[in-house]
Structure formats: structure tokens, C-alpha cells
Design a binder for this molecule. Structure first.
Ligand code: KG4
Ligand code: ZN
Length: 348
């Protein structure tokens, strides 16, 4: 059997991602981001993102085929994110994917964005990338500006269960909002990370949302960051009202520590509760060095194997969507009928 050549399209948020894979081998991963256009609004503006996708898609497809060294006619299938995400942004990608599939006479696979993040792990960067395949079941912790989810993955293409997710802000969103109230520019994650460098993470004990015993029955694997954000806001406000200097580094380090603690406490609990000794990380917040460091420490201590794909495959990208499409094909799944639409709240 020949490994399928799949082109993946990802437009669920502000990244226009086109990826091309052959089976589990990554051939190209082209990303155009409209981040700069959103910066002055302090967050992603859906309408702006959708328009940017429309402009970027065709050049990105061209660039991806060029980088992969293939002609578009050679692909075996198209895979596309159909949800969850921003409705208008998703629609642009879904429309483009259908047009491509119809014009080339190729099958199309509509895939879930969150499962796509898990699919990123199967990709190998070339013949000398000998990373062993991830075993299942695995727990996946996905953290970005748009989602904070814990998944139990028993099988990538047929059995993914959502254990919990944020009940308010996503973790990346919390970084962005706290950065803003500290006067730091968007996106806030990298800014907080930098500001925290010389800070003391134990300087201020910020609250860990949904970690009280009373929360545990209903929200054992859910996350909440809005209380943490409010707590940082109040703390900073009090300092300013008292005309005292705000110790930026300590606030940033203490806030980051709280987020990291919340994320990993729940992720490790999910592994332990389900008897799953594997944890996969995904999403743009994985860029946070402290998060990766504490993840390594806590998983080591608990005897859990930690998987972190390269950052270019953790942030939103088309290669992970193509990879999941290829997995579906190799597992013998039928393609999607062309009637599918974009679903901004698509469950896993
Ligand atoms: O996955 P991603 O690139 O895009 C979407 O969310 O669609 O994630 C972006 C998010 C932003 O909220 C950004 O502030 C956060 O990831 N982020 C970080 C870091 N780098 C990016 N958060 C914490 N620490 C970082 N180093
Ligand atoms: Zn994502």
C-alpha cells in the first residue's frame, strides 16, 4: 500500500495553515497568520480573521505544494478543519477545501481541530526522524488562545473522549488578558514569559480555579482562569491605589506559576485516574518554557511519559489536519460527504 498524499487546510482561528503529508511524513507546513492585524484590538477579531484567510489561502496552497515538491493534481485527498473554531474563519477553509476536492475529483475528510492537535504527534520530519509512534490510550492536554481541553485518546481515529475543558477563558486568553492589564502588548503569552524571567513565582499566591474539593465532583478535569485573572487585576489595582510600584516580574512569574500548576495538576490527575501513563501536550501555550519544565518534573515524578511535538506542530497548522486525514484513510475510514458544513462548537 502506498501512503496517501494529503493536503490539510486549517482556518479555525487566525492561522491560515496548509500542510502536506505523505502518510506520517511531513512534506510541508505553510502558515500565514493575521496576528498582526488583531494586535491593535488586543485579541482575534473574527471578521478580520475570515477575510485574511480568503486572501492567504491560495498563496499558502501554492507555497505548500512548492515546498513539498508536488503538483496539486497528485494529492490523494483533502482534509479540512470543520470545527470547533470561529464560524466565519472555518467557512472560508471548508469552502476552499470543497472547491479543491471537487475540481480535482478527490475525496475530502472533514476533521475536528482538537483531534487534529493530537494527530500532529504522528508526523515524522523525515527519514532520520525515528521517534517511536505514540501508544494509546493517552491523555492530551491542549492549551492555546482558543482552547484548554483534556482529552482521553483511546484511538486517534475512532475513540477520543473529552474529559474536561475551560468553563470560561482559555489559558492563552488568560495570558493575553493579564498581559493587557499589566500594560504589555498582545499576544501576551510570550510577554508574560519574558517579564517572569527574573520574577519569584512564590511571591504572590494567586488562586487555582476549580481545585477545591467542592469543585471536584462536577469539574474534576475542567479549568477556570477568569477568577485568577480578576485576582491579578485586584492585586495590581491595590498596589496602584496605594501608589506602590507594581513588581512586574513577580506578578508575571506568580501568575504563570498558577496557570502552569492548574494545567498540570489536572492533566496528571487525568493520567492517574485513568491509569494512562502517557501525556501529550499541544497548542500554542506549549511555547511556555516553564510549562514544559514543570510538565517534565511532574510527569517524571508520576512515572508518566511526556510527549511534546515540535512547537511548529503545536500551534495551529495545516500539517496536523493533513496528518489526521491520512490516518483516517489508512484506517479505512470513508470520506466525508460534501454536505458537511462548518460547526463552531463541534464536539470531539
Ligand atoms: O495555538 P496558538 O498559536 O493560536 C491560537 O490560539 O489560535 O496559541 C496562541 C496563544 C496566545 O494566547 C498566546 O498568548 C499564547 O498562545 N502563547 C503563550 C506563549 N506563547 C504563546 N502563552 C504562554 N507562554 C508563551 N510563551
Ligand atoms: Zn488549536
Amino acid at each position: 500500500r502506498v501512503d496517501p498524499l494529503v493536503l490539510g487546510i486549517e482556518t479555525s482561528c487566525d492561522e491560515t495553515g496548509i500542510g502536506i503529508v505523505r502518510g506520517t511524513t511531513l512534506l510541508s507546513n505553510t502558515i500565514a497568520s493575521s496576528m498582526d492585524e488583531h494586535a491593535r484590538y488586543g485579541g482575534v477579531v473574527p471578521e478580520v480573521a475570515a477575510r485574511a484567510h480568503l486572501e492567504e489561502l491560495v498563496p499558502a496552497i501554492r507555497a505548500a505544494t512548492l515546498e513539498a515538491g508536488i503538483r496539486l493534481e497528485e494529492i490523494d485527498a483533502v482534509a479540512v478543519t470543520c470545527g470547533p473554531g470561529l464560524a466565519g474563519a472555518l467557512m472560508v477553509g471548508v469552502g476552499a477545501a470543497k472547491a479543491l476536492a471537487i475540481s480535482l475529483g478527490k475525496p475530502i475528510y472533514a476533521v475536528n481541530h482538537l483531534v487534529g492537535h493530537v494527530g500532529a504527534d504522528v508526523l515524522r520530519l523525515g527519514a532520520d526522524d525515528t521517534t517511536e509512534a505514540l501508544e494509546y490510550p493517552t491523555i492530551a492536554l491542549l492549551v492555546s488562545g482558543g482552547h484548554t481541553s483534556l482529552l482521553l485518546v483511546r484511538d486517534l481515529v475512532s475513540d477520543v473522549e473529552l474529559l474536561g475543558e475551560t468553563i470560561d477563558d482559555a489559558a492563552g486568553e488568560a495570558f493575553d488578558k493579564v498581559a493587557r492589564l499589566l500594560g504589555l502588548p498582545y499576544p501576551g503569552g510570550p510577554q508574560i514569559d519574558r517579564a517572569a524571567l527574573d520574577g519569584d513565582p512564590t511571591a504572590i499566591r494567586f488562586p487555582r480555579g476549580l481545585s477545591q474539593t467542592k469543585d471536584m465532583a462536577k469539574h474534576r478535569y475542567d479549568f477556570s482562569f477568569s477568577g485568577l485573572k480578576t485576582s491579578v487585576a485586584r492585586w495590581v489595582e491595590q498596589k496602584r491605589d496605594a501608589d506602590e510600584p507594581v513588581p512586574l516580574a513577580d506578578v508575571a512569574a506568580s501568575f504563570r506559576e498558577a496557570v502552569v500548576d492548574i494545567l498540570l495538576t489536572k492533566a496528571v490527575a487525568a493520567c492517574v485516574d485513568h491509569g494512562v501513563p502517557r501525556l501529550l501536550l499541544g497548542g500554542g501555550v506549549i511555547a511556555n518554557a516553564r510549562l514544559r519544565q514543570v510538565a517534565q518534573e511532574r510527569t517524571d515524578a508520576a512515572g508518566i511519559a511526556l510527549r511534546v511535538p515540535p512547537l511548529s506542530l503545536c500551534t495551529d497548522n495545516g500539517a496536523m489536519i493533513a496528518a489526521l486525514g491520512a490516518q483516517l484513510i489508512m484506517a479505512g475510514h470513508a470520506p466525508s460527504s460534501l454536505e458537511f458544513g462548518a460547526d463552531s462548537t463541534l464536539p470531539v
